[in-house]
Design a protein around this ligand. Structure first.
Ligand code: TNX
Length: 598
């Protein structure tokens, strides 16, 4: 079948699905007999033939798959539905996988995703194992066209096959498969459901290599469990970078052996009277490892030379006046800085970045660089230059907020754009000197902005960002005088001056994070607000079932949220990690919540 656009493919699928519902029982049997002939020609045993016929009849006799093949966020590159090829996952299905440790890990993750709701055993075996057909195969291939992260998904009555050149590609294919199953697949306990997938093929590859989100753990601290759950959210939408904003005026959140008071003193507080905290080296490694298993690279940020009040409370010797300031619990910015004229400062920078680099397998170190209002421009550029050299000496590439643009170029340098104007000659000039860009425009991608005036948390200094505004821009043309080739991708930052709990994180992420994810992944040819809002609305029941808090924006046509019927009571089930409220419209307004800083 020739490639079609999503919209065409979906229309065709709908027509097919309608026709299919009308298939009479004897026609189903005939189709099954046809499948038998094909299987015999392929040299299958009588038992396999019988099973194939049974599977096909079971698929055809039931209602069609509840989801259409194109109902995926981010939108896949190419979708070719075949409504006669729906696949019904059976209780005895097996997951087969290529003999490669990273691929096997993806297969285990798939089994772990499907087992709770289906209650099926779903054993994972080698692709060469003599098991009956009819399960799910994850296959590493050498199809170079699939690239570093692409995958091909083929769903037929006989089985499901995900092929990719890398384990990352398989993992993305698994997330697509997950979205194509009924929403009840998100249930933590067994549910009575027909686990049917829509038939056909998907070929999918990302538009950009860098697709990220940022979590500010400095303004409010979030423990390891919360961060792991955020990583799961990123993986769902095929994001591949988690930027952790580890240090700021209000808190230093990572243990540094050579400067121990950074964490123990600098990590003690947070905004307001919220508790502080920091990650031990083991905590940080757990986060990095969990992300890596999900093909997500952690990008640690140490914000320099400004946003350093917490560091200065621990080591006054780094302050321009050599005096440790009081801890800061407010939400102003731009007042603090480490002394760029002191050699001790560069010892500090080298030690901190060196220790963090040693714990970070990824290629990038983020050095912040924003809002150092009190450092004169020339001194600032010199500080950034030296810090960039330290990063290069550690064998890493530097990322900084776009304020680092005036500093000299270094190979691999990435600027993160967070402006709201769509043009900046200084950034464009740095790009001409070789820098590349990650786009986080404050007025589209900042997840700490309110959705609407009545959003109980968040800011509005970059405007209100509803779902449509998060979706309606094009990374390739967003910044004037910057060629499309200089854009590496997108990132959605979540600053947390006003965000204090996991539920509030999720409320700001959903449903906007998937909008940014789609801009980073999907080809521009699929960009279509009506299609996006319809596909995204279908995720409401998934989030509700998974216990994920989200904003029920009036922009999206939400389906009624079904409550999955538990198959059997599970009194022993540990619900401790489920948030107490899910799918609610607004998070509670907290007394003394942080005022907007305008
Ligand atoms: C600006 S964006 C900041 C952060 C604040 C944020 C609040 C950037 C690089 N700096 O320090 O948290 O605004 O929206």
């Amino acid at each position: 079948m020739a490639a079609r656009t999503n919209a065409e493919a979906e229309t065709a699928a709908r027509t097919n699905a309608e026709a299919q519902t009308a298939v009479p029982v004897n026609a189903a049997a005939e189709t099954a007999a046809g499948a038998d002939d094909a299987a015999r020609a392929a040299g299958r045993t009588a038992e396999e033939l019988a099973r194939a016929a049974e599977r096909e009849a079971a698929t055809l006799l039931g209602p069609p798959a509840p989801n259409r093949l194109g109902d995926v966020v981010p939108a896949p590159e190419r979708v070719e539905p075949d409504a006669a090829a729906d696949y019904l996952l059976a209780v005895d299905a097996v997951i087969r996988v290529s003999a490669d440790p990273a691929a096997v890990a993806v297969a285990r993750q798939l089994a772990a995703l499907l087992r709770p709701a289906t209650g099926y055993p779903l054993p994972v075996t080698d692709t060469t194992a003599p098991v009956p057909a009819g399960g799910i195969a994850l296959v590493l291939t050498d199809e170079i066209a699939l690239g570093a992260e692409g995958y091909r998904l083929d769903i037929s009555t006989d089985g499901v096959r995900i092929a990719a050149g890398t384990a990352a590609g398989l993992a993305h294919g698994v997330q697509t498969l997950r979205q194509l199953l009924p929403a009840a697949v998100e249930s933590a306990t067994p549910v009575t459901e027909r686990w049917v997938l829509p038939g056909g093929s998907i070929l999918d590859r990302p538009r950009y290599p860098h697709r990220g989100a940022m979590l500010d753990v400095a303004r409010h601290f979030f423990g390891v469990t919360d961060v792991l759950r955020v990583i799961d959210h990123l993986a769902r939408y095929k994001l591949n970078r988690l930027h952790l904003h580890l240090t700021d005026d209000q808190g230093w959140r990572i243990a540094i052996d050579s400067w121990p008071r950074l964490a123990t003193v600098g990590g003690a507080g947070a905004v307001g009277d919220a508790p502080g905290g920091y990650y031990t080296r083991a905590d940080y490694q757990r986060i990095v490892g969990y992300a890596a298993e999900r093909h997500i690279t952690v990008i640690p940020e140490v914000d320099l030379p400004g946003h350093t009040n917490a560091a200065l409370t621990a080591y006054g010797e780094l302050a321009p006046d050599r005096a440790a300031p009081a801890p800061y619990t407010g939400t102003e910015v731009g007042f603090s800085y480490v002394d760029p004229a002191s050699e001790r400062t560069y010892d500090f920078v080298a030690d901190v970045l060196g220790e963090i680099a040693a714990l970070t397998p990824g290629r990038w170190l983020h050095i912040g660089g924003d809002e150092a209002f009190k450092v004169p421009a020339e001194v600032y550029a010199g500080f950034v230059d030296r810090t960039q050299r330290i990063v290069a000496g550690l064998g890493r590439d530097v990322i900084g907020w776009h304020q680092i643009a005036p500093a000299p170029h270094r190979d691999g340098r990435i600027l993160q754009w967070w402006g709201t104007t769509g043009e900046d000659p200084v950034t464009a000039e740095a790009v001409r000197r070789g820098a590349r860009l990650v786009l986080s425009p404050g007025n589209h991608a900042y997840l700490d902005m309110k959705y609407a005036p009545n959003t109980p948390i968040g800011h509005d200094w970059a405007g209100l960002i509803d779902v449509r505004r998060a979706y309606d821009w094009d990374p390739a043309t967003h910044l004037a005088d910057v060629p499309a080739e200089a854009v590496l991708g997108v990132e959605a930052p979540l600053w947390t001056e006003s965000v204090t709990t996991l539920a509030e994180i999720e409320y700001m992420l959903f449903p906007r994070l998937p909008a940014i994810a789609e801009l980073g992944w999907s080809p521009r040819s699929t960009h279509d607000w009506d299609s996006f809002r319809r596909r995204l609305a279908g995720h409401g029941p998934r989030w509700a079932t998974a216990g994920i808090t989200y904003h029920r924006s009036a922009e999206l046509p939400w389906p009624a949220t079904p409550v999955p019927a538990p198959r059997s009571p599970s009194p022993g089930a540990d619900q401790a990690e489920q948030p107490s409220v899910s799918g609610r419209d607004e998070p509670p307004v907290r007394p003394g919540s942080v005022p907007d800083r305008g």
